[in-house]
Design a protein around this ligand. Structure first.
Ligand code: SF4
Length: 376
């Protein structure tokens, strides 16, 4: 209604101007004067239409965009201090010796179970929705009972959205699935090649273990016990030229995470302790082009999620065996104080975690059996 009135008014001004033009024209026969009055009248008409359009369409759209941007910014800022997803590397011990490993056995420590549970409760109270248990090799502690109890505690007692696990797979037995499988959302197994020789060269190998056979077995167990199956691969100098398509297509994981071999000072390069059998990964590094070559070889695989060095640096919240966040922003894992001593909020401040980077790398995804669209 208001715009109609405005249009009528504009039209009136226009007609009135025409009248003036006509009168002036008649009186003075001065064409320049006529144009001088005529042009403002046309402009009036355009300005009128423009104002109506602005008011009706553009301004509301603009304000809506600004409003939602502001809302997004404030929610991102709010979430930035929440440990939504945490990777708990509760042990550094492992039965493999991968050359590129960036969480090597500097200590053999793991927290008493009840202390680990206390820390997890603190994290849940601070907003944690997803926990990923990792190592070292999680199944090396008490033959998997320790991690099993934590998995059950997180899902059954705390009702967490997502409970996941990363393992090399070599120590997992079906009895573990029987006891704890129903509490686990995702099982990720690390495998970097379909060739036993390459796996041996990398160090993803232990005596009396056939890594590829074990990978297949765990895949089958996951299907049997209704656990989402995932594969993690590190691209390094030994495998960047390989084609793993057949293996991946056969195993058909819900997610295939492909990492670029990463150097971390004090973990796999620089100041490392050979007396503790720590390995230097410098010769395992691949260039960005080699990493891209690997991605190009597998670009037809839908579930592939690549992760370059840049994305890995500060987009993970990593807790070590003492429940200290590891800050990786300076190229080495610098520990904060333990959350058990100073609380989650205090420790988060020194963690170097970049919430935006976490969102950008797709850190928030369908991470539980419930949210998965998979049919069982
Ligand atoms: S399986 Fe390899 S990469 Fe994983 S913790 Fe053991 S040595 Fe490190």
């Amino acid at each position: 209604m208001k715009s109609l009135a405005f249009l009528v008014l504009t039209l009136g001004v226009y007609c009135y101007s025409k009248k003036i033009i006509y009168s002036v024209d008649k009186m003075s026969k001065n064409i320049l004067m006529t144009e001088g009055l005529y042009l403002p009248a046309v402009s009036w008409l355009f300005i009128g239409i423009l104002i109506v359009l602005l008011k009706k369409k553009l301004l509301p759209a603009l304000s809506k965009t600004l409003h939602s941007k502001k809302r997004l910014e404030s929610s991102t800022a709010g979430e930035a201090n929440i440990p939504l997803s945490v990777n708990y590397h509760f042990t550094r011990k492992c039965n493999y010796e991968c050359k590129f490993c960036f969480h090597q056995a500097k200590t053999s420590y793991h927290l008493p179970l009840e202390e680990a549970k206390r820390g997890i409760v603190m994290l849940v109270e601070a907003g944690m929705k997803k926990i990923n248990f990792s190592g070292g090799e999680p199944f090396i502690v008490e033959r998997g009972r320790y991690v099993g109890e934590l998995v059950r505690f997180c899902k059954h007692d705390l009702g967490m959205e997502s409970v996941t696990l990363v393992s090399n797979g070599s120590l997992i037995r079906e009895s573990w699935f029987r006891e704890y499988g129903s509490y686990l959302d995702i099982m990720a197994i690390s495998c970097d090649s379909s060739e036993p020789e390459t796996l041996k060269e990398i160090g993803r190998y232990a005596k009396r273990t056939e890594h590829l056979k074990q990978l297949q077995l765990i895949h089958d167990m996951c299907a049997k016990y209704e656990i989402l199956f995932k594969i993690n691969t590190v691209v390094c100098s030994a495998n960047w030229h390989e084609d793993l398509s057949e293996m991946i297509e056969t195993l058909d994981p819900v997610r295939w995470k492909v990492f670029q071999c990463l150097l971390i000072e004090g973990e796999n390069c620089g100041d490392i302790d050979p007396a503790k059998k720590m390995r230097d990964a410098t010769d395992q590094v691949v260039t960005d082009e080699q990493f891209q070559h690997f991605l190009n070889t597998h670009k037809h695989i839908q579930c592939l999620v690549p992760e370059s060095n840049l994305a890995m640096r500060n987009s993970y919240l990593i807790l070590d065996e003492y429940m200290r966040f590891l800050n990786n922003t300076n190229g080495r894992k610098e520990p904060t104080k333990s959350i058990l001593d100073i609380g989650v909020e205090g420790a988060m401040k020194g963690s170097g975690f970049d919430h935006r980077e976490f969102i950008n790398r797709g850190g928030k995804y369908k991470w539980s059996k419930k949210s998965s669209e998979m049919e069982w």
